[in-house]
Design a protein around this ligand. Structure first.
Ligand SMILES: C[S@@+](CC[C@H](N)C(=O)[O-])C[C@H]1O[C@@H](n2cnc3c(N)ncnc32)[C@H](O)[C@@H]1O
Length: 650
């Protein structure tokens, strides 16, 4: 039996795996989960022992066969596997690569014929880190308009892909320059550690320096993107195992040659590798094949420029099993990279995932998470060559959030225009009011959104965590300016939840947060703003990024900080009063409730941030540090304890 799907296992019923392809469908014998993530406590024979000797986990007999789901445990036959399933179920490897054709229609991603998907082999709990692997490769990029905006002319370290902070003028011929350039190839690096990292020094640095491939003109960034392809080709000689894994990934070379952006990427790669780096041993065809693999399988920009207010890396990662994960705009998992020489990519369940469910994630948070369907679809079709048909993409109201809804131009109508076919770029838009028959073209809607976008341009992305926190006048100007614009367009031109307004509100909320953190005497309006925006966004993102998503984590964190300040502020006057007479029981009750609501939010955001907690330089790590009992928090606690006449555990 051991070569059958496990008994009671839902995959045995829902997914028919073609026996001839079974071996390929199985995960590699080395379970990609790190041992720390696998709990073998309940196994009868220790996994290591039985794996090595292929002993049956029940009777210990030799030469047993592996459980096909996890290949971490063996059985002599069906009887013992069935008997042991109860104990093994919780540890059985949680995901499996399956042939797309073997999936039933209800879970199969629609569109271009991609061959593989990742499916849960058992129930996965919410917040469980269910899968982790070292990446096949990672490299700087993609170098697109967002990266240009965020980098603001600063170089990206060719090794760790971080924006080199504190750097002013890369082309200046001063001392600073030598400290941020690799001493051999002269490409930008953070420090000696990055210069000597295996990833940079072993292959590409030699090629770049031998051929004098310079990166003098920083914004000639297509060369930066080509480092990914150069590194990938380097695997052929230096790491055949990884090279084979890479070649086995989907390579949509013909589709890439047919589309403008991808064709440019492929052609740049050929030019860079053959002409600039002089590597004539790689044929145009092979370079294009590798470039197309890189193009379609990459996970990009782990931290999100602009959206979460923090960008550290402009990086691209390619994994083996992780590259089989499908995209969904309402995903059931989120990914993060733990930086190291091998950059581990890990996945966590945002919501409970049932055995047999497709594992989905958002391929690029920045481009997809907070945008409307009319923005997401072109990105997905340009970069991944498919039309997403997730529940959010097929619903004109985007799960009742009205993220793309535009005010109906008919004078007496209160309705909003929504696209009839939201995942088609040329869809007609109709009014959602039952008494209005207004119809508009996609071009008309685009003109409205473009004109509003232009109005927000004077308030570009800033990095509030660092620079702006010290420039509070500028922060205030942004808060006031953005709020004015939101009020102007909300309800009159677009729906109050329109994604352009949400993006502006997101910036307002962040700026308010940093304002109250850095300014002693703030006006209560700032707190009201954080709290009202936070509550509104929580409601929307409960639908769009449900569960333990980072977006919800940030919202909860900002919201609790506003609530904490509002409890402190609203009760400050009571301190004096309390000295004279006891606090009115009703007030006491409402304070207690506000306090426990705030604590709940704080705890939930900390739980969400723990996914990336410990990852150096992540925004989550920074906020986790903030969320340890800090001064305002402790003084608020003390005050509440006094007036509630009881002690509260922090
Ligand atoms: C990173 S790869 C995923 C693995 C790929 N399916 C395979 O066979 O190896 C990205 C490709 O998967 C396909 N894909 C991912 N999510 C999809 C979805 N929701 N609907 C249709 N196709 C999807 C697209 O063809 C996309 O180019």
């Amino acid at each position: 039996m051991a070569d059958e799907a496990s008994p009671e296992h839902p995959l045995a019923i829902s997914v028919e795996i073609n026996p001839s392809s079974r071996e390929n469908d199985c995960l590699p014998e080395t379970c990609p989960l790190s041992p720390a993530l696998v709990d073998h406590e309940n196994e009868i024979v220790t996994a290591e022992n039985q794996r090595e000797h292929k002993l049956c986990a029940v009777c210990g007999v030799n030469n047993a066969r592996f459980c096909t789901n996890c290949r971490q445990i063996s059985y002599c036959g069906k009887e013992h596997q069935t008997q042991h399933w109860k104990a093994h179920k919780a540890n059985c490897f949680p995901v499996k690569v399956v042939d797309r054709s073997s999936l039933c229609e209800s879970v199969k991603p629609q569109g271009r014929a991609a061959s593989h998907v990742l499916v849960a082999t058992r129930d996965i709990k919410q917040a469980e880190v269910f899968f982790q692997e070292s990446t096949i490769l990672s490299a700087p990029g993609p170098w697109d308009s967002d990266a240009i905006e965020v980098a603001k002319g600063r170089p990206i370290c060719v090794s760790c892909c971080e924006i080199i902070r504190g750097y002013c003028d890369f082309d200046d011929d001063d001392d600073d320059e030598s400290t941020i350039r690799c001493s051999k190839c002269f490409w930008p690096v953070c420090n000696f550690f990055c210069e000597s990292s295996k990833r940079h020094s072993e292959y590409e640095c030699k090629i770049l320096s031998a051929n004098n491939v310079s990166s003098m003109v920083l914004n000639q960034m297509p060369d930066y993107e080509c480092i990914l392809v150069l590194r990938a080709l380097g695997l052929k000689e230096n790491d055949p195992e990884r090279w084979m894994k890479l070649l086995n990934l989907e390579a949509p070379i013909d589709t890439c040659m047919d589309a403008e952006t991808s064709l440019l990427f492929l052609n740049n790669a050929v030019k860079f590798v053959r002409e600039k780096c002089g590597l004539k041993q790689y044929s145009d065809g092979l370079i294009r094949q590798v470039a197309s693999i890189c193009y379609v399988n990459a996970f990009c920009n782990e931290d999100h420029p602009g959206e979460n207010g923090y960008i550290y890396k402009i990086a691209t990662y390619i994994g083996d099993v992780s590259s089989k994960v499908s995209h969904s705009c309402v995903a059931n998992s989120e990914w993060a990279v733990i930086p190291s020489e091998e950059d581990h990519i890990r996945f966590r369940a945002l919501v409970p995932i049932k055995a047999g469910d497709l594992i989905t994630t958002v391929y690029n948070y920045k481009k997809l998470c907070h945008k409307s369907t009319i923005c997401r679809q072109p990105f997905l079709s340009d970069h991944y060559f498919f039309s997403c048909s997730c529940e959010r993409c097929l619903d004109p109201s985007e799960l009742n959030t009205f993220l793309s809804a535009v005010k109906c131009p008919s004078e007496k109508c209160d309705g909003y225009l929504l696209p009839i076919e939201p995942n088609k770029s040329n869809s007609v838009w109709t009014c959602n009011s039952s008494t209005c028959d207004m119809i508009e073209t996609n071009t008309w809607v685009e003109e409205i959104t473009e004109s509003i976008t232009r109005k927000f341009e004077p308030f570009p992305y800033k990095d509030p965590m660092r620079g702006l926190a010290k420039q509070m006048t500028e922060t205030k100007r942004h808060i006031v300016g953005l709020k004015k614009l939101v009020d102007r367009y909300s309800g009159s031109h677009v729906h109050p939840n329109h994604y352009l307004l949400l993006n502006a509100e997101w910036k307002i909320m962040q700026n308010c947060y940093y304002y109250i953190m850095n300014v002693k005497h703030w006006s209560p309006d700032v707190i009201d703003l954080i709290v009202s925006i936070g509550k509104k966004h929580l409601e929307i993102f409960d639908k769009l990024s449900p569960g333990v998503s980072r977006r919800r984590g940030y919202i909860l964190y900002f919201l609790q900080s506003g609530l904490l300040e509002s409890i402190r502020h609203g009760t400050a006057s009571l301190t004096k009063l309390h000295k004279k007479k006891p606090v009115d029981p009703e007030k006491q009750e409402s304070l207690k409730k506000a306090y426990f609501d705030m604590m709940k939010m704080r705890a939930e955001s900390v739980k969400i941030f723990s996914f990336k907690g410990g990852i150096k330089n992540s925004m989550e790590e920074e906020l986790l540090n903030f969320s340890s009992p800090d001064q305002p928090f402790l003084s608020c606690l003390k005050f509440l304890e006094r007036i509630l006449d009881q002690s509260i555990d922090a």
